[in-house]
Design a binder for this molecule. Sequence first.
Ligand SMILES: Nc1nc2c(ncn2[C@@H]2O[C@H](COP(=O)(O)OP(=O)(O)O)[C@@H](O)[C@H]2O)c(=O)[nH]1
Ligand SMILES: [Mg+2]
Length: 226
Amino acid sequence: MVTVSIVIPTLNEEANIGSLLSGIKRELKGIRYELLIVDGGPGGHSTDSTVAIAKRHGSKILYDDMGKGSALIKGIKTAKGDIIISMDADLSHEPKELRLLISGIASGYDMCVGSRFLSGGGTSDMPFFRVFGNKVFVAMVNLLYGSRYTDMCYGYRSFSRRALKKLRLTEKGFGIETEINIKAQKAKLKVLEVPSFEKKRRHGEGKLHSFRDGWAILLTVLKNIG
Ligand SMILES: Nc1nc2c(ncn2[C@@H]2O[C@H](COP(=O)(O)OP(=O)(O)O)[C@@H](O)[C@H]2O)c(=O)[nH]1
Ligand SMILES: [Mg+2]
């Protein structure tokens, strides 16, 4: 039977994580899966009860001290499932889309990426300048690498474990999604974009800083050339 690993990077998400994990459990009844929380960033681990709540839900806990990318890479290394899913903890990603992401891999794709810009997708969590910045990065990557993505910096995705392990990921921060898109294209992975709706973060503050992280994403786009 196919097993699924859901990898969720967290930093102070106590107000969101319980509902998220309950939602995932409801959605995945009848499927074998593991929940992997990777907690902590440059300033340390979560100082709230994120980890305690995740443990109560039966999640495995890993710790990291760098950033979202580095947390995801750690989670991916530890994941045991045939299908690996990356998901944010802030309730922006709807558990009801999980089955579509799982079906894509079960149907033979290497990677299934959620896109907010396909019909059926959307976002209520992106101010105009972020939509603009995202479109610039999408256009650059498509031009430089010959891909046809419609979205770039979105973290709701599924992968076949075998394909993902080929990518040799290194990005420590919010450049991780961009690095994955570029390396998947270079490795000629079979990629399927699926529409996804990104809801507003339910509680707490987002950790992405448009300019600092935008700069890091731009460097990611450029440094993978060649
Ligand atoms: N482990 C870890 N998780 C992080 C870090 N920064 C953000 N996250 C998590 O990554 C996910 C997306 O972060 P968020 O701040 O919502 O970014 P945004 O949605 O792009 O604005 C959430 O689950 C965060 O808790 C970090 O430094 N370390
Ligand atoms: Mg968010």
